[in-house]
Design a protein around this ligand. Structure first.
Ligand SMILES: [Fe+2]
Length: 502
């Protein structure tokens, strides 16, 4: 490895002398793990008020990872600078990591996971990860309250491509707009090639220390699924066929898709979903909001009973669902009949029955969102019943498709990158879609009624309210109706008086 690194550096230094553009720095070196932790990311796999999971990567020389945690103080007293290396400061608790090896085409690495437990709700903590002399810096995060409280989160659709080149500025802009976000939400296709370690390296680097400070929730997309490796029997058939010994080489597409091995190595997500879908189908409760993550890539029907139970036994005031392949496609050539049909058949009736508030999706590389929708006729123009959910599809990366505008879309756009800021406070949910440069593109509010259903307040009505207009559009119509009734009543009264015998 040192020789390869030396050769690469020598080439880069020498190339300009001969008037040549230096070659790209090799991915193998750029994304090489070291004994120092990198790709540090917070996730939840339990109670968000009393636990916090963290995962990080090292090279394979680190056999046992450690996580240290203490309540945050206004200075370094929890870990005095004078403390000897390796000593644990006052109030610091130490946890031993679960470690697993991940072998990719680029490298071999160890992924370490610690779940800090026994934490106090709504309390700021500091933590670091590492072992021996090699530690991360101290990061800080706040545990969630164990009571309903305001929640804010950043939702992004497919980041997928050019993560360093084009996605990094977007996720940084999003964080700067909501630095106290309770979590980040990724609706699938985080990368393009499921087992490509360089792409995962760019994904982690783009958000950098934000991932170490704000927990992430993620749902897998089709780009997190790859073709299953060939079985030994298939490999034998291929070998015989390649030597002209008969048979044909087995077709890769006919073999089942499997979740990238990066997913479970680098995230520690809940395992409270149906068997076989651990860390891809699950729920997390955050301060009065139930976040349900479904896996639209496999076993859609098998998630139905679990989904119904998760919705029925839901004590939270707000319910938000996320998955990758949208319920209703936004692009003309992507009406994926089978996937969409199964999702509509098995999941949508439950969203309606249990009053899911918001559905956050990806996959179509455009932006669109509905009004409150319920019923079967959405593709033909929408049934804007005031009892349904709002459906959103969004994209955050630079890979963009053409939009097929449809009547149910209350707002839509193409050829733009988006991030969304969602705020829940008491009975109000505020949604903003912003473009990569931070400009507001779309917004709406959901206002909870006493029956548990929401009233949708559209962008124009919000603007009216902000401009100081006493009456929103809806209220305006009520007022006009009231005045008309009053006038009609006066005429009716005069007519009746006129008919009274003198
Ligand atoms: Fe996708």
């Amino acid at each position: 490895m040192p020789y390869l690194r030396l050769a690469a550096v020598a080439l880069m230094v020498a190339a300009p002398l001969f008037g040549q553009v230096p070659p790209a720095y090799p991915e193998k070196l750029l994304h090489a793990p070291t004994p120092v932790p990198d790709r540090v990311i917070l996730t939840w796999n339990g109670d968000t008020a009393t636990t916090q999971a963290v995962t990080w990567r090292t090279d394979t020389s680190v056999l046992a990872g450690l996580g240290q945690i203490a309540e945050a103080t206004d200075g370094p007293s929890f870990d005095p600078l004078a403390a000897k290396p390796g000593a644990v400061g006052p109030g610091v608790r130490e946890f031993v990591a679960v470690t697993e090896k991940l072998v990719t085409k680029l490298n071999e690495a160890h992924y370490h996971n610690v779940t800090f437990t026994g934490l106090k709700p709504n309390t700021k903590y500091v933590y670091r990860v590492g072992s021996g002399a090699n530690w991360s810096g101290w990061h800080q995060f706040r545990t969630q309250s164990d009571m309903p409280a305001p929640v804010g989160f950043i939702y992004v659709g497919d980041s997928q491509d050019s993560l360093k080149r084009h996605w990094s500025r977007l996720i940084r802009q999003a964080y700067s707009d909501m630095p106290n976000a309770n979590f980040l939400l990724h609706a699938g296709d985080l990368i393009s090639t499921p087992d490509n370690d360089a792409q995962w390296g760019e994904w982690h680097a783009a958000a950098g220390w934000v991932n170490a400070s704000v927990p992430s929730i993620a749902s897998p997309g089709n780009h997190e699924y790859g073709t299953a490796p060939k079985t030994p029997a298939e490999q034998k058939v291929d070998a015989v066929a390649a030597l002209g010994g008969g048979g044909t080489i087995t077709e890769p597409r006919k073999r089942p898709s499997v979740l990238t091995s990066h997913w479970r190595a680098q995230f520690a997500l809940p395992e409270n979903g149906p068997p076989g879908l651990e860390e891809t189908c699950y729920f997390i409760d955050v301060q009065g909001v139930r976040m349900i993550c479904l896996n639209s890539m496999e076993k859609v029907a098998e998630q139905t009973d679990w989904l119904e139970k998760t919705l029925r036994m839901n004590p939270n005031r707000w319910t938000i669902v996320t998955f990758h392949v949208p319920m209703y496609s936004l692009t003309a050539d992507r009406q994926r009949a089978d996937a969409d049909k199964a999702i509509r058949k098995y999941w949508r009736p439950l969203f309606d029955k249990y009053a899911v508030d918001l559905v956050l999706q990806g996959h179509d590389h455009t932006y669109a969102r509905s009004g409150l929708m319920r019923g079967d006729n959405l593709l033909n123009g929408g049934n804007y019943d005031q009892r349904g959910a709002v459906y959103v599809v969004s994209v955050s990366g630079p890979k963009l498709y053409k939009l097929n505008t449809q009547p149910w879309m209350a707002a839509s756009a193409e050829q733009k990158q988006f991030y969304q800021l969602v705020r829940v406070d008491g009975g109000v949910l505020k949604f903003e879609a912003r473009t990569a440069d931070g400009e507001l593109f779309d917004e709406f509010e959901l206002r909870k009624q006493t029956n548990g259903r929401s009233v949708l307040v559209e962008k124009g009505e919000l603007a009216d309210e902000r401009n100081g207009d006493r009456l929103t559009t809806r209220e305006g119509w009520f007022a006009v109706g009231g005045i008309a009734l009053l006038v009609a009543g006066m005429f009716a009264g005069r007519w009746l008086l006129g008919r009274r015998p003198g």
